[in-house]
Design a protein around this ligand. Structure first.
Ligand code: PGA
Length: 253
């Protein structure tokens, strides 16, 4: 079964109201104007979710958050629950981004718990995995990624409610990317781990995105790889022409 590509923008901690709404409107207009053979997802900071949702009206662009708490509600100062996200029109949450694993000490166990709660509330998840530069130099890339799949992906994961994002940490925001052959090797190994955990049928249908310095000039090569089913884009998702340029180069009809 062909997996439809997903072009996902992770705005991280960027954009104030004016800039964020202009960006969302610009992307929405371009998605309407062009014919793309892919799904789109935009993940602005929490503060902009409600505003961006309005800008995306009339398009099929999905809205996602960059994190979510596992509890339904209660005494968790500063956190956001899955139901708060669905209430705002979100259909996705990114979980386990390396910036959260590192900055907020998030473990595989916590990430899995968040994913279960998100799925229960009807959210789809983008579960992020990836090795550090040191792990790569030691030849541990595949082991690290497979361990993160076994540890972070919940048993209730399906090809519909879960997307995996492989993001080598050393490639995020650095302008460096692995070779196409390296990316394909890791993605194939991730799919193998998914098959072991969830069964072959689910693994074959589940989308595995590549993330880390994706830009219009490298998107076509990376997204043409057999096991690469889209991209999670940070820096280049903050400019309409770059984000749309990636889709144009990799997913034009
Ligand atoms: P980048 O970030 O595209 O800026 O490298 C990707 C990500 O962290 O999701």
């Amino acid at each position: 079964m062909a997996r439809k590509k997903l072009i996902a923008g992770n705005w991280k901690m960027n954009c104030l109201l004016e800039e964020g709404t202009q960006l969302a409107k610009g992307i929405a207009a371009q998605v309407k104007q062009n014919k793309f053979d892919c799904d789109f997802l935009i993940c602005p900071p929490f503060t902009l979710l409600g505003f961006v949702k309005k800008c995306l009206r009339g398009t099929k662009i999905a809205l996602g958050a960059q994190d979510v708490h596992f509890a339904e509600k209660g005494a968790h100062t500063g956190d956001i629950s899955p139901l708060m996200l669905t209430d705002l029109g979100c259909s996705y949450a990114i979980i386990g981004h390396s910036e959260r694993r590192v900055d907020h000490f998030e473990s595989n166990e916590l990430i899995q718990k968040k994913a279960v709660a998100a799925h229960k509330a009807g959210l789809n998840t983008v579960i992020c995995i990836g090795e550090t530069g040191a792990e790569r130099d030691e030849g541990k890339t595949i082991k690290v990624c497979q361990d993160e799949i076994f540890g972070s992906v919940p048993d209730d994961a399906t090809a519909k409610n879960t997307v995996i994002a492989y993001e080598p940490i050393w490639a995020i925001g650095t302008g460096k990317t692995p070779t196409a052959a390296d990316v394909e090797e890791v993605h194939a190994a991730i799919r193998k781990a998914l098959a072991k955990k969830l069964g072959k049928a689910t693994a074959n249908k589940m989308r595995i995105l590549y993330g880390g310095s994706v830009k219009p000039s490298n998107a076509a090569e990376l997204l043409a790889l057999p096991d690469v089913d889209g991209a999670l884009i940070g820096g280049a998702s903050l400019k309409v022409e770059d984000f749309i340029g990636i889709a144009k180069n990799a997913c034009s009809k």
